[in-house]
Ligand binder design. Structure first.
Ligand SMILES: [Zn+2]
Length: 371
């Protein structure tokens, strides 16, 4: 650890309680309503959802000197800028050394999804870095799948998006997609584009074309680190069906119009955007702006272990900071289901179940009133 990071660690340990983002102030009735709503999330990274207790267990298992207490593990989830976030994100990933570690972390995640009444999740995973340390792709997916299924007992349906990290270059990206093709897994339904947006989407066009030809659905992170050009690139060069973030799309009114006209979903993560400095504060987040222009927006937590946010809290923030009425929230969850890469019959069944369960709760939501 560098001297600067040692100093940051000392400061962090002193002010630990002040480091959590504020939890919105809502009435107990509204919290109860949000907790009871069945939910779906399609912008969630496996690597960003590894909790501090799991980090601690992995640290102890492999005798990592710098991870001996829960506080050590929590420090690995702290960041003061985007660079530190990416460094810690990769550090947490580096703790995974065998398939059982994935099983364990996935089971921990599954239990949290269940507690939050999340019924469907699309989990993004960038397996290449793990494969490079010698864990085969099929073992990684198999272990995560077993962990999730066991912990949720089939109560949380899930699918996977394989993330292509653009920083690694198109050759490795293509290698990754051929690995996915070689080991077909029913729940692996899509391909995503992650990593630094200074590598334009156009670089990955051939990978996405290939992914489409082998039946994978397509999404990409765009319009977060860079502006509308990146979103346009994802749409035109990669032919994505939806955008992860796209929060900076409003810088180009023609793009906003295009997204609305073509009903291209934006998987927005307000807390992530604020914590990584993309948006100055939650009150300024353009979530409602896009919603009012007819773009199908949904809410995700992105990397909840780092951003210290649950999906329920994220939905609460829409009410508290952006003036959504509680009874408007189910439509946003429904947007996530609609934008999901579920096969059409499974999607229809999930939607019907969701609407049947939500209708009586919505009456409760409207009685609770706004916040
Ligand atoms: Zn993301």
């Amino acid at each position: 650890m560098s001297i600067k990071n040692r100093l940051l660690a000392l400061i962090w340990r002193k002010n630990r309680t002040a480091r959590k983002p504020p939890v919105p102030k809502l009435t107990p009735e509204i919290w109860r309503y949000l907790e009871r709503l069945p939910k779906a999330e399609i912008h969630l990274h496996f690597e960003g959802a590894v909790s501090a207790p799991v980090i601690l267990e992995l640290g102890r298992k492999y005798g990592v000197q710098s991870i001996r207490t829960l506080s050590d593990a929590e420090w690995r989830l702290y960041f003061s800028n985007a660079r530190m976030f990416f460094e810690n994100f990769l550090y947490v990933s580096s703790l995974f050394q065998e398939a059982d570690d994935f099983h364990h972390a996935a089971a921990d995640l599954g239990r949290r999804l269940l507690r939050e009444n999340i019924r469907y999740v699309e989990l993004t995973l960038a397996p290449y870095k793990f494969m490079r340390s010698g864990i085969p792709y099929q073992e990684i997916i198999g272990a995560i799948d077993a962990g999730l299924c066991e912990a949720t007992n089939g109560m949380v349906d899930h699918r996977y998006i394989i993330d292509i990290v653009r920083d690694l270059g198109p050759v490795i990206g293509m290698e990754m997609i051929r690995e996915v093709e070689k080991h077909p897994v029913e729940r692996v339904v899509g391909i995503g584009l992650g990593g630094g947006e200074n590598f334009p989407p156009e670089d990955s066009a051939a990978i996405f074309e290939y992914a489409g030809a082998i039946g994978l659905r397509k999404t990409a992170h765009a319009g977060e680190g860079r502006g509308p050009d990146s979103v346009w690139g994802a749409i035109r060069a990669l032919k994505v069906e939806r955008i992860d973030h796209g929060v900076r799309s409003r810088e180009d009114p023609t793009l906003v119009e295009y997204l609305a006209e073509n009903q291209i979903p934006l998987n927005l993560c307000p807390t992530s955007n604020v914590m990584l400095g993309v948006i100055p504060g939650l009150e300024e987040h353009p979530f409602r702006y896009y919603h009012e222009r007819g773009i199908p927006v949904n809410t995700g937590t992105d990397d909840p272990a780092f951003f210290k946010v649950s999906l329920t809290e994220e939905l609460g923030k829409l009410i508290h900071y952006l003036g959504f009425r509680p009874e408007e929230i189910p439509a946003l969850i429904e947007n996530a289901i609609q934008a999901s890469f579920l096969e059409s019959s499974a999607k229809q069944a999930l939607l019907t179940r969701f609407q049947n369960e939500t209708r009586p709760l919505m009456r409760e939501g409207s009685l609770s009133g706004g916040a």
